[in-house]
Design a protein around this ligand. Structure first.
Ligand code: GLN
Length: 446
């Protein structure tokens, strides 16, 4: 038996590499064959990090869960990954499975098969970053990163009982992240605890000349130390913490509110009146942006090409027909429709107005509260296949997470107990750039 104190950086990496290579949950789409040269002078020396498939990694398959990017090996590495590896010394352990182009809440929309939830392999791990959640929950990696467009870090973290953080939009560079909805996409860490979340985040943040929407954070990420919540005002929005949430999830949520009070917080019910319209706005804005972002997959520049077409147009059509899965096609059609002349104002324009109102709801909340707290997801991990035929039921998973994405604000999901023997998540959202304070509050509640 290996005792962890005895492991050097190379052995530590190899220990996880072997676990990852025999992962039973289909969480990986690629695993490193051997450890690269490890520079033991760097802070994360030898720490294996699993990376969601949609991050470009030089020379390594980066398929975003799609057949259309089959065996696509980018010529460069995403800035966030480069910061973790080249700069901080972490080691790329593997690429993790995901819903195709990050569209989904269960990781069942992957061209490479579904990922299973390590808590119960008949259930989904959530999505779209389900692989990144399953590797940490299933202990085939100590750390992983994913992306969150409408909940894809927070919801799978909740469904697998781990910590997932979506930073402020712009805190981390999007350069090299295969785009879904550019005004919403944001990378972030998956870890087993809050301290690790801060450590992983600290190495990822920063402005990047290659992403003009990146800002970094105004102050460095601190390792959180709080052990109480004295003076902290928590707002519980009635719209996101009542109707539609499973009883067991609500019970865990209320238990955590009691814990917060015992740690010195004040808890008050409040309102985010426009938040219930978040899903409707999101499912216009995200498909609109994806219809534009995914126009580049034409069989010429990347990955897969359908052979046998007789004209160039036929080649484009047949490649996209065979290369994209059903959910991606649905969204391209929805988005194209919402952006078409004659409908633009009625759909896309309207959705943008709702987005502004949701941001304003949060701004109003910050006059009275330090944080808004909600259950992360309305239910626990569901059975594989139980929602695949009903897109609306699947979209409802994002009910509590989408408003924060639309407002661009940071939010964390921490595990807060079990319902029906399955993990539940507690979401803490704060104003833009309040990551340090959120991490402190999360640590106190952990
Ligand atoms: N589940 C949501 C969707 O399908 C969110 C996905 C995400 O955050 N990438 O769009």
């Amino acid at each position: 038996a290996i005792r962890s104190g005895d492991l050097d950086a190379n052995e530590y990496f190899e220990f996880y590499r072997q676990r990852a290579a025999s992962d039973p949950y289909n969480s990986y789409t690629w695993v490193a064959e051997k450890a690269p040269e490890i520079d033991t002078r760097k802070p994360f020396a030898g720490v294996p990090i699993a990376i969601k498939d949609l991050f470009c990694t030089e020379g390594i398959p980066s398929q975003a869960g799609s057949k259309i990017l089959e065996d696509y090996r980018p010529p460069y590495t995403a800035t966030s990954v480069d910061r973790l590896t080249t700069h901080a010394g972490g080691t790329l352990l593997g690429k993790t499975n995901q819903d195709e182009f990050a569209m989904g809440s269960s990781t069942e929309n992957s061209a490479y098969g579904p990922t299973l939830n390590p808590w119960d392999t008949s259930r989904v791990p959530g999505g779209s970053s389900g692989g990144s959640a399953a590797v940490v929950a299933g202990a085939t990696a100590p750390w992983s990163i994913g992306t969150d467009t409408g909940g894809s870090i927070r919801q799978p973290a909740a469904l697998t009982g781990i910590v997932g953080l979506k930073p402020t939009y712009g805190a981390i560079s999007r350069y090299g992240m295969i785009a879904f909805a550019s005004s919403l996409d944001q990378a972030g860490p998956f870890t087993r605890d809050v301290t690790d979340s801060a450590m992983l985040l600290s190495a990822m943040v920063g402005a990047d000349p290659c992403d003009q929407t990146s800002l970094g954070l105004p102050e460095p990420v601190r390792i959180p130390t709080a052990n109480d919540l004295k003076g902290i005002r928590l707002g519980v929005p009635e719209e996101l913490a009542g109707e539609g949430i499973e009883d067991g999830v609500l019970k865990a949520f209320n238990d955590t509110l009691e814990l917060a009070k015992s740690l010195g917080a004040t808890v008050e019910t409040t309102h985010l009146p426009h938040a219930p319209h978040g899903l409707a706005a999101y499912y216009l804005i995200a498909p609109a942006e994806c219809s534009s972002n995914l126009a580049r997959y034409d069989g010429v520049r990347y990955g897969f090409r359908k052979s046998g077409a007789s004209t160039l147009i036929d080649m484009y059509t047949q490649t996209r027909e065979a290369g994209f899965g059903a959910e991606v096609k649905r969204r391209i059609m929805l988005g194209t429709y919402a952006l078409s002349s004659g409908y633009y104002d009625a759909y896309y324009g309207r959705a943008q107005k709702v987005r502004t109102l949701i941001s304003q709801d949060f701004k109003n909340a910050w006059d009275k509260f330090d944080f808004i707290v909600t259950p992360t997801a309305p239910g626990v991990a569901f059975e594989l296949g139980s929602k695949t035929a009903d897109p609306l039921a699947m979209y409802l998973n994002d009910f509590c997470t989408v408003p924060m994405s639309l407002a661009g604000i940071p939010a964390i999901s921490i595990p807060n107990g079990l319902s029906e023997g399955l993990p539940v998540g507690f979401q803490i959202a704060g104003p833009a750039f309040s990551e340090n304070r959120i991490l402190d509050a999360a640590l106190a509640l952990e």
